[in-house]
Write a protein that binds this ligand. Structure first.
Ligand SMILES: Nc1ncnc2c1ncn2[C@@H]1O[C@H](COP(=O)(O)OP(=O)(O)OP(=O)(O)O)[C@@H](O)[C@H]1O
Ligand SMILES: [Mg+2]
Length: 898
């Protein structure tokens, strides 16, 4: 999965990256990227000191050095340290200081262009234009600044809801979950499987601690960590008694001493040095880029043409130059970044109300575009708590022997407690019979072996016992004997067949089954995976994992919204089939982990088309399936909550996890559900589509009406002996139009636009612009004709009348186009805009009518229009509406409507 680190290309993608601070949510910026090179060496040199010192000290000496103790720092001590060490946040996680942000909001090509224009106007003594232009700059910058600040604040507040916590030790207290940002050097933190490492830390004690350092070193295999002191180390990353921020615990547990936080961590140094290393632009960003490039290309053609036509035509080159610049301003979708940010932020807030927290804002669009949802089974399709059903011997006959072994195993294992362990330990009555055993060692769970063992000393002494529990096939593979009514018998092929049938029978009843086995062992220093051999099968423990009531309706709703659901689970196929049947998900094919592993990428891509249940999967199988689906052109969502889901979550277009998931799953996910439910997700999908629809609306409106306007300008420049509109008119129009469109993010969306996944389709957009832009030009030309022949505005002396006529008509058609384009239906009647949009466009229309008649007219170089104009104008507008409505119908028939 090594990909070259890619920089987002193009202005808008870069802008999005900067503004949405996607990286602010990610400690795993380099997950899946090739790492190394100059920035790594640089970071290593920067952070070395404290870390190198920590590796050489013994745990006790390290604690003393950081004025801490095995019980951790007291709150008062921690507070004191925090005052000078600052929060445990890397640079990119902190919000931009506001003056810098204001500068960024201003520093767009658009504002720079306008400022230049204002400068030229001022130099040519045209103070009015300069004022209007500066007002535009202030408005555009101010709106963008305020909206983005607000959006960022909303995003931060949401992020705080789901931020990862660390389990911190304080003297005399039970370990307490605290936000990672509050950690200071000297804090002692407990780590267990699935946790993100919250800071750079020295291991104080470790039990089979395996850490995935891929995010730092690119090494994808987990590395074991110990507490022992080391002699001098050249590269702190190679030290096996240090753990690093941004890495995660795969298995085992540990207590660690925090030695470096925030910018002083390895991760922090790296982030500061190479903050621009990001993942490649998403489909969404690519789409936005393509649209802005399209508009830029038109600008490159039309602006010089306008300049030349007007310059040659009228001989006033300076005027023509100003005019051409104004046209350029008119074509720039200057509000796009603002609209995109505020639409997404508004969407995120709306989704939060539905228990869906968006970590990366542009994931909203992917959620709306998602057409395949891959999900795990436990807690998604089924209820979140698993209950113990019963235990059987190897032949499926009720028997408590296996249960006692399983209970001991669950009690003594220190890895991630999973729902099955919790269900076992809930049987409090077994504590008595199982008392007195002491633990010697443990071979922790991993998703390849799918089993785990503990080694125990019996109460009265005697030989140690290794007790293993896990997935049926995986445990059977280690067994050579089976206990039958107290006797140990060899595991013959006949017996094995009967045993398998018994397990299958339990699974077919929809029960989750684990096998339990044990063996006697001579004492040894440590136990390993290889010791899981020659076991005696004790029997099975069966768990109830009943489906949720909400699953069936949610699956229906998702199907109704064009989202196909596929189940990707590590559990067995028989149970999974059973659950699918219970929730009404017809199984169209089943593929097992080993089969997936045996297929090459091409074959897998074919296989994933039909199959909708994948069982017995290892983590990398899940990831490959997601990639295969994506390669088929699907927009894939993946929902999961375990360590084993992390690679797939990262590979998906939109990774979805739950608040109760392990840190690493939450870290790589784009979206966190506060409630692990498909219904909640379905609501999120709808919200995502709404957000996308509104964004698309704005882009369609902006593109087609700007294009239409410029086209009219171009034609007018060819025909008229004077400017069809003064540069200032164009700018004022633009300003007003921008203002009225600021309400688009708050608009309603027709229900029928939400039924199918919504994809970005830039080609369509170009065609849309070329269809609907010219329609408005036709009516502009009609207005020109009216002013020219009807009112005799044929000479430069009468240009103000001409310009006023067009000014009003053009603003009114732009108002109408908002309502015409926001829905394929009849405007106002078939589909009505939200009150906010009605209000802003209403205000715009009123202003358009008032400006030439009111006191500002002479200042703006407009003049009052004759009464007859206002009787003819409605006819023009009605004609325009009819024409657009007709074109819309034709468009829907050919291309549909997005
Ligand atoms: N604590 C455990 N003790 C023993 N075996 C376990 C334990 N946890 C998991 N297993 C075994 O590993 C298999 C896969 O693990 P798990 O159920 O967590 O996978 P998953 O893909 O997350 O499944 P799901 O889709 O249900 O979330 C289980 O079916 C079970 O047999
Ligand atoms: Mg799971």
């Amino acid at each position: 999965m090594a990909q070259a680190p890619a920089r987002p290309r193009g202005g808008f993608a870069h802008f999005l990256h900067r503004q949405h601070g996607s990286h602010r949510f990610r400690r795993l910026a380099w997950w899946g990227h090739a790492v190394g090179g100059a920035s790594h060496r640089h970071a290593a040199a920067q952070v070395g000191g404290a870390l190198r010192a920590a590796t050489r000290l013994s745990p006790e000496a390290a604690l003393a050095h950081w004025h801490s103790s095995t019980e951790g720092l007291s709150e008062a001590q921690a507070q004191r340290v925090r005052r000078h060490a600052g929060p445990n946040q890397v640079g990119t996680e902190k919000p931009l200081p506001w003056p810098l942000h204001l500068w960024q909001a201003y520093r767009s090509p658009f504002s720079l262009l306008l400022t230049a224009l204002a400068g030229v106007s001022w130099l040519t003594q045209d103070l009015r234009s300069a004022t209007v232009i500066l007002a535009m700059v202030a408005l555009a910058t101010g709106m963008r600044f305020v909206q983005e600040r607000r959006s960022n604040r909303a995003a931060d507040a949401l992020k705080a809801l789901v931020s990862s916590q660390a389990s911190v030790l304080r003297p005399g207290q039970a370990p307490r979950e605290e936000p990672m940002a509050r950690l200071v050097p000297g804090d002692v933190v407990a780590l267990s499987a699935g946790d993100m490492v919250p800071a750079d830390a020295r291991v104080l004690s470790a039990k089979d601690l395996f850490v995935n350092q891929a995010a730092m070193t690119g090494e994808s295999l987990p590395v074991e960590k110990h507490a022992r002191a080391l002699a001098a180390v050249a590269d702190p990353l190679a030290a096996d008694n240090l753990v690093f921020m941004g890495t995660n615990v795969v298995s085992g547990s540990a207590t660690v001493l925090v030695v470096a936080t925030g910018p002083h961590t390895f991760f922090g140094a790296l982030a500061g040095h190479a903050a621009s290393t990001e993942r490649p632009p998403t489909q969404f960003e690519a789409g936005i880029n393509q649209v802005s490039r399209l508009l830029l290309r038109w600008m490159a053609v039309m602006v010089p043409a306008v300049l030349l036509f007007n310059g040659w035509g009228h001989g006033h080159w300076l005027e023509a130059f100003l005019f051409a610049l104004s046209v350029a301003v008119g074509l720039t979708p200057e509000m796009l970044p603002m609209i995109v940010t505020s639409t997404l932020a508004k969407g995120a807030v709306a989704m939060a109300r539905r228990q869906v927290i968006v970590k990366r804002l542009d994931a909203i669009q992917n959620l709306g575009a998602m057409d395949v949802l891959c999900t795990d089974k436990t807690g998604t399709l089924t209820q979140d708590h698993i209950a113990l059903s019963h235990a059987t011997d190897a032949w499926g006959r009720p028997d408590e022997g296996a249960l006692r072994w399983a209970w001991l195993n669950s009690q003594h294992q220190t890895g991630l407690k999973n729902p099955m362990d919790r269900a076992l330990l809930a049987r409090g009555d077994l504590a008595g019979p199982c008392a007195g055993w002491t633990k010697l060692d443990e071979v922790p769970f991993d998703f390849q072996r799918r089993r785990m063992s503990v080694v125990l000393q019996p109460p009265g002494g005697g030989a140690a016992r290794l007790v293993c529990k896990g997935a049926v096939e995986e445990v059977l593979a280690c067994c050579t004997q089976v206990s039958e009514t107290g006797q140990v018998q060899p595991l013959t092929p006949e017996r094995l067949q009967a045993i398998r049938a018994a397990a299958a029978q339990l699974s077919a009843e929809g029960l989750r089954v684990v096998a339990v086995a044990w063996r006697e062992m001579p004492a040894q220093a440590a136990w390993h995976v290889a010791d899981e051999a020659a076991l005696t099968l004790a029997g099975f423990v069966a768990f109830l994992d009943p489906p949720k009531d909400s699953t069936a309706p949610a699956l229906q709703a998702l199907a109704g919204h064009g989202v196909t659901v596929k189940v990707l689970t590590g559990d067995g196929d028989a149970v999974t089939r059973q659950v699918c049947q219970q929730v009404g998900l017809p199984v169209s094919g089943v593929l097992l982990g080993p089969q997936v592993a045996a297929l090459d990428d091409a074959a897998l891509q074919t296989a994933v088309r039909e199959v909708n249940v994948f069982a017995k999967l290892a983590p990398q199988d899940k990831e490959r399936i997601v990639r295969a689906l994506r390669a088929q052109g699907h927009v894939v969502g993946f929902m999961g909550d375990g360590i084993n889901d992390a690679p797939a979550l990262h590979a998906a277009d939109v990774g979805i996890s739950v608040d109760t998931g392990v840190d690493i799953a939450k870290e790589v996910a784009d979206i966190i559900l506060l409630e692990k439910s498909l219904l909640v997700l379905d609501a999120g999908v709808t919200e995502g589509r709404k957000t996308f629809a509104n964004m698309l609306k704005y882009i369609k409106m902006a593109a087609s009406s700007n294009f239409g306007n410029v086209l009219s300008v171009l034609v007018a420049s060819l025909l008229l002996p004077f400017l069809p509109m003064l540069p200032m008119h164009l700018l004022v129009q633009n300003l007003l139009y921008d203002f009225s469109q600021a309400a688009v993010p708050f608009d309603r969306v027709d229900d029928d636009l939400l039924t199918q996944p919504q994809r970005w389709n830039p080609d369509d957009l170009g065609r849309f612009m070329l269809t609907f832009g010219p329609i408005s030009s036709i009516f502009d030309l009609a207005t020109f004709a009216l002013m020219w022949w009807g009112y005799g505005a044929q000479s430069p002396a009468q240009q103000t009348l001409f310009q006023s006529g067009w000014f009003v008509e053009s603003l009114l058609t732009q108002t109408l186009v908002v309502h015409l384009i926001r829905s394929p239906r009849l405007p106002f009647v078939g589909s009505r805009a939200a009150p906010a949009l009605l209000a802003t466009t209403g205000a715009l229309a009123a202003l358009a009518l008032w400006l030439p008649q009111g006191p500002l007219a002479s200042w703006l170089k407009l003049q009052a229009l004759p009464a007859s104009y206002f009787t003819l104008l409605p006819l023009l507008l009605l004609g325009y509406m009819a024409c657009v409505q007709w074109a819309k119908r034709a468009w829907v028939r050919r291309h549909g409507w997005q």
